[in-house]
Design a protein around this ligand. Sequence first.
Ligand code: AMP
Length: 216
Amino acid sequence: MITVFLGPPGSGKGTQAKKLSAQKQWPQLSTGDMLRLAISEGTPLGQKANSYISAGALVPDDVVIGLIRERVSRPDCEAGFILDGFPRTIPQAQALDQLLSEQSKKIAGVALFEIADSELVNRLTGRRTCPSCGSMFHIDTLKPKKAGVCDQCGTTLAQRDDDKEEVIRKRLQVYSNQTFPLVEYYRTQGKLFVLDARKSPEQVMTNLVDQLKSLK
Ligand code: AMP
């Protein structure tokens, strides 16, 4: 089953994608994680992506489409996968449809994580991420057991550079201009279902799993 997680930064799609991935054994394909890995390894791709990410802008379509094209062709994607943070533009969505149809596959459903911008700034400025395994925490609402340390792997938590307030505002603007049109794109295809992302992570997960059961 192929699912797309769509929503603004901080809406919880990464957290839910990780949980669902562990539960269903579907890999989580996060273009954000792939790009951050490339940056930390100092590859040419990472060097190219870094300037866009730190400015809160989108990395060019051809770069992320290339990453996804390569990743979905790996054997662990056979039974299904979760797209977390891809597509983010209409050309990316069109390229994905094309890529999947070449493999006689299709998207089963698109989960829209719906939440107001006003809630997102606080969520993102308080967010702390594990640079090693990608687990996410919040300084007030989702504290790790030991302050500043990842519960999963013991690595020191960090604040992402793009989780600083000025960059967050830019990312939210980019979401509404470039990514939000995908809501209509997938609604028209009859694939969209909406989740109330203000709810607790447990409640969002329950609603997500319920919705997935009704997909073909
Ligand atoms: P994320 O971890 O999904 O919030 O992504 C962090 C940053 O990586 C974004 O703000 C973009 O700069 C870049 N990025 C991630 N996914 C994409 C994508 N599908 N298209 C373009 N840029 C992306």
